[in-house]
Design a protein around this ligand. Structure first.
Ligand code: SF4
Length: 180
């Protein structure tokens, strides 16, 4: 089985991609790097839930810094953008770049992300950022669109079976405002 670094935003979204990658003969290494999440309490709930799910399923789990200042620095001027807008491309780039750097450091050939499981995310935007980073860092981005083949529905079923916490907004403080 070949290792792949799976960038993961939360346990419900990671559940199906982990299953799918294993079925496809990969060994996922889950990487939690999401400095976009606000507030820290929400970040910790999402992180702890995912860590627990990985422990239960014998999946390697790593967490990187919660450097929210970097998220704010990069998205300055894009606060009013809607979801799926320009701020999200910056947010994907930030998270996926760190994921590819982690893969490079650990001699893992591939990376991908759970973000594509969500119907609220623009897959082409994820793909575009993944490919930019693949060219920049030299780690192959696997083009998984996890929402296909009922991926989103299955992820929700697994989350329910495991009594997982479901977040009410995407992650950043600007996405909270948009939901109000
Ligand atoms: S709405 Fe979601 S994807 Fe877009 S910038 Fe905020 S946290 Fe990132």
């Amino acid at each position: 089985m070949k290792k792949i670094v799976l960038h993961a935003c939360c346990a419900p979204c990671a559940s199906y991609p982990i299953k799918k990658l294993i079925l496809d003969n990969y060994k996922p290494v889950v990487f939690f790097y999401n400095p976009n999440i606000f507030p820290y309490k929400e970040y910790k709930i999402r992180k702890d839930e995912l860590k627990l799910y990985c422990q239960k399923n014998d999946i390697e789990f790593y967490e990187d810094d919660y450097n929210i200042k970097e998220f704010y620095r990069l998205t300055k001027g894009f606060e009013a953008e809607p979801e799926k807008g320009a701020r999200c491309a910056i947010c994907f780039n930030l998270r996926l770049k760190r994921t590819a750097e982690f893969a490079l450091k650990n001699n893992i050939e591939y990376f991908t992300t759970t973000l594509s499981v969500s119907p609220h995310k623009d897959f082409n935007m994820i793909l575009e950022q993944g490919k930019i980073i693949e060219n920049e860092i030299g780690i192959k981005f696997l083009e998984y669109n996890f929402k296909k083949q009922d991926g989103f529905k299955i992820s929700r079923q697994i989350a329910k079976e495991n009594n997982m916490y479901f977040q009410q907004y995407c992650g950043c403080e600007f996405s909270i405002r948009r939901n109000k």
